[in-house]
Write a protein that binds this ligand. Structure first.
Ligand SMILES: Nc1ncnc2c1ncn2[C@@H]1O[C@H](COP(=O)(O)OS(=O)(=O)O)[C@@H](OP(=O)(O)O)[C@H]1O
Length: 296
């Protein structure tokens, strides 16, 4: 249910152990045997993928997990929006163990549009690195709608939801529209964090040039550039970049069927009106971030 602390976050999957146990984690009396609680320790994330929904957040996290110095939670914990009352100790306990020098991460795309999230994350650590994967807000809205439609047969048409009274004003109360007002959401985050704490990843470039975008992300996180061109191939059936070898396997892997869904056909006039609507917000976002995402 939207708005509820998800069961996945209440009963986290066991986190994978780091490959090499450090010396300090071995019991002195039994050389070579790791101590019962496993190597490394659970830490708060030093970096979060905070948004945006349908931006490409799963792809980015799965690609980053190829890096030996990144340990990430597989599910979305929704701590800073839905589960905050469980407390920071509960949150840290969800995290995989890490060795010194490894980065703990999680992704929950709804953080970017949650009013309370920036203050709460700042409270955890003002040094948290924040990654936002952004995508053309019109395509993003259609992708969001496609996801809802897949779970709600009989949903009204996209344009019935996007505009008030037929083809009246754009309905910014509809979350599929509201999430795409990136400049407004970012303005709120900038009350808590300086721009230097953010990295904005282009969702489009994550598809067209995944290695280049991953290079930027690794630099931002202070990591060696381990994830490169050689990790990806373009899968023509899927229509997306996939991994030559998934984490912990020798086999190629694409993301699942809920990523890269076919989009419903939306009339060109509706797309044009929404593109016009978003243009000033996009321009402002380009100004704020110093990046032109080329959506207009
Ligand atoms: N490599 C690769 N494989 C598959 N899909 C990819 C990939 N890179 C980016 N994308 C795009 O990711 C979109 C889903 O975004 P998210 O993972 O952020 O969605 S969610 O908010 O977690 O539901 C998803 O949106 P849709 O195409 O609309 O389904 C994809 O376009």
């Amino acid at each position: 249910l939207p708005g509820r602390c998800p069961p996945a976050a209440r009963a986290p999957a066991p986190a994978p152990a780091p490959a090499e146990p450090p010396r300090a984690a071995r019991s002195p009396g039994a050389p070579g045997l790791p101590v019962a609680r496993g190597p490394g320790r659970r830490r708060f994330p030093q970096a979060l993928i905070v948004g945006v929904k349908k931006g490409g957040t799963r792809a980015l996290l799965e690609f980053l997990r190829l890096h030996p110095d990144v340990r990430a939670l597989g599910s979305e914990p929704h701590f800073f929006d839905r589960c905050y009352e469980r407390g920071l100790a509960w949150y840290r306990n969800l995290m995989p163990r890490t060795l010194d020098g490894q980065i703990t991460m999680e992704k929950t795309p709804s953080y970017f549009v949650t009013r309370e999230a920036p203050g709460r994350i700042h409270g955890m650590s003002p040094d948290t690195k924040l990654i936002v994967v952004v995508r053309n807000p019109v395509t993003r809205a259609i992708s969001d709608y496609a996801q809802t439609l897949s779970k709600t047969p009989g949903l009204p048409s996209f344009h019935a939801l996007a505009f008030r009274h037929g083809l009246g004003a754009v309905d910014t109360a509809w979350s599929a529209v509201r999430i795409g007002l990136y400049a407004q959401h970012l303005e709120h985050w900038l009350r808590y964090f300086p721009l230097s704490r953010f990295l904005f990843v282009s969702g489009e470039r994550l598809v067209s040039q995944p290695a280049a975008e991953l290079g930027r992300v690794q630099d931002f996180l202070g990591l060696r550039r381990v994830v490169t061109d050689k990790h990806f191939y373009f899968n023509a059936t899927k229509g997306f970049p996939c991994l030559r070898k998934a984490q912990g396997s020798r086999r190629p892997r694409c993301l699942g069927g809920s990523k890269g869904r076919p989009h419903p056909r939306v009339p060109e006039a509706v797309v044009r009106r929404l593109r016009d609507f978003y243009r000033p917000f996009n321009r402002k976002f380009y100004q704020m971030t110093g990046q032109d995402f080329g959506w207009d």
